[in-house]
Ligand binder design. Structure first.
Ligand code: IMP
Length: 424
């Protein structure tokens, strides 16, 4: 059996945490393969809301092993806080967690530069978690990795060289570089805490696959925030698409058996950048309230809009979706009519997928569908859903040429319709 990859199909915040949590029940291993503490996965467990940024969502399942793979960028402080959150609930066991020695570190200079840059005109509106600068260091071949935490001498040497590289940038932004001695002290301590969990994660994933175990690859953010395929430059700095699971975990493409894309039944975006189906004014506010659309990491209100099928179709193509998980369909209950964006018009031409640039200039082409009033949160089979909700789902399947494998009808684990299990 190959790995199942779960990826966001929009601009992040699609409800991946809940879907991964459900699939993780069947998984032996859950692997977080990209991004860092910019992600925010909200899990509701027996009425309690837990937000994780780095911890793979499988963390709540006692029989599931969790891996933070080499494609991630790790802020050790955030990770240790999450470990403590789990520990306080009796949910943490060291032997279930593995952190790749190759994963890159998020350092104080990264968060500093991210914050300072985001105050400037025309900023991206990042999560200010140091993600962009950390990945910049990785690509510039001067980054520090998790394994470096285990040697004070190596860590300090690399840190000094790294700070030299950031010094002119920080000075130009009017900031002050972090203190070397303090940073070394803090990070070496983090290293001591994490040491028993640091190792060759890629090898563990490959062994697991070889033994026929069920491996779930957990994506972060969404396809439209992907560094290569997203709405550049308003993207994150990692590979958020399914292909990212290979490089991010250290496995080959033939090890993947299926890909599940996750999309809300409408669209949201946090941060700046084009969003063709955005609803302005009262309609957008109403959707934000109904869906409780506020960022899990930053608390920022999310921009809300109608479902954008050209963007979803593109996400399905880029990641070769086997199935779609459609979340938050309950939020649409009570709307008289629904608008479904099936294409765009740009300079007199019809487009089925987003252009490489100029997404801010497209005009969405909408199809109107009737809404439904019946509550859906109690539905456990597709047949139980109101007829108009079923028609809405069918229309999405037709337009993006991908079957729906899961429908989420409420925030709780139980409020889910599983049409098909990705692990078979
Ligand atoms: P960064 O990843 O913090 O550099 O932010 C770059 C862009 O990605 C910004 O528009 C963020 O709002 C967005 N972003 C990053 N992570 C997430 C996420 O987990 N959900 C939604 N948007 C995100």
């Amino acid at each position: 059996m190959g790995a199942v990859v779960v990826v966001g199909a929009q601009w992040g915040d699609e409800g991946k945490g809940k879907v991964v949590d459900i699939y993780a029940r069947f998984a032996d291993q859950v692997v977080r393969y990209a991004g860092g503490a910019n992600a925010g996965h909200t899990l509701v467990v027996e009425g309690e809301q837990l937000i994780f940024h780095l911890m793979p969502s499988g963390a709540l399942h006692q029989d599931t092993r969790c891996v933070l793979a080499q494609g991630t960028v790790v802020d050790p402080k955030v990770l240790i806080d999450e470990i403590q959150t789990l520990d306080a609930r009796g949910l943490f066991a060291q032997e279930r967690f593995l952190i790749s020695e190759r994963a890159f570190l998020v350092l104080p200079q990264h968060t500093l530069v991210d914050e300072l840059r985001d105050r400037q005109a025309g900023a991206l509106g990042t999560t200010k978690r140091g993600i962009g600068p950390a990945y910049e260091d990785k690509v510039a071949r001067r980054g520090l990795r998790i394994g470096d935490l285990l040697s004070r001498e190596k860590f300090e040497r690399k840190l000094r060289a790294n700070l030299d590289a950031w010094a002119p940038v920080v000075a130009a932004l009017g900031g002050e570089l972090p203190d070397v001695a303090q940073t070394v002290e803090r990070y070496v301590k983090y290293g001591e805490t994490l040491a028993p969990m640091i190792g060759n994660a890629a090898d563990a994933v490959r062994r697991s696959l070889k033994q026929g175990e069920r491996v779930l690859m957990e994506g972060a953010q969404g396809a439209l925030l992907d560094i290569d395929s997203g709405t550049y430059p308003f993207v994150t700095s990692s590979s958020t698409v399914a292909g990212g699971a290979c490089v991010g975990a250290g496995i080959g493409p033939t090890s993947i058996s299926s890909v599940v894309g996750i999309s809300k039944a409408y669209a949201t975006r946090v941060g700046n950048g084009p969003f063709p189906t955005e609803m302005e004014g009262d309609a957008g506010d109403a959707l934000r309230e109904a869906g409780a659309e506020f960022g899990a990491t930053t608390g920022r209100p999310r921009r809300c809009g109608w479902l954008d099928l050209p963007a979803l179709r593109f996400a399905a193509q880029v990641s070769s979706f086997s199935g779609l998980a459609l979340t938050k369909i309950d939020v649409l209950t009570g709307m008289k009519e629904l608008q479904l964006c099936t294409g765009y018009e740009l300079d007199g031409k019809r487009l089925d997928t987003p252009p490489y640039d100029d997404l801010d200039r497209v005009t969405p082409v909408y199809e109107t569908m009737p809404g439904w009033d019946e509550p859906v949160s109690g539905c456990r089979r597709v047949e139980d859903l109101p007829e108009n909700a079923r028609a809405y789902i069918t229309r999405i399947e037709e337009e993006i040429e991908c079957p729906v494998w899961l429908v989420s009808v409420g925030p709780d684990r139980e409020q889910t319709i599983v049409v098909r299990e990705p692990f078979g």
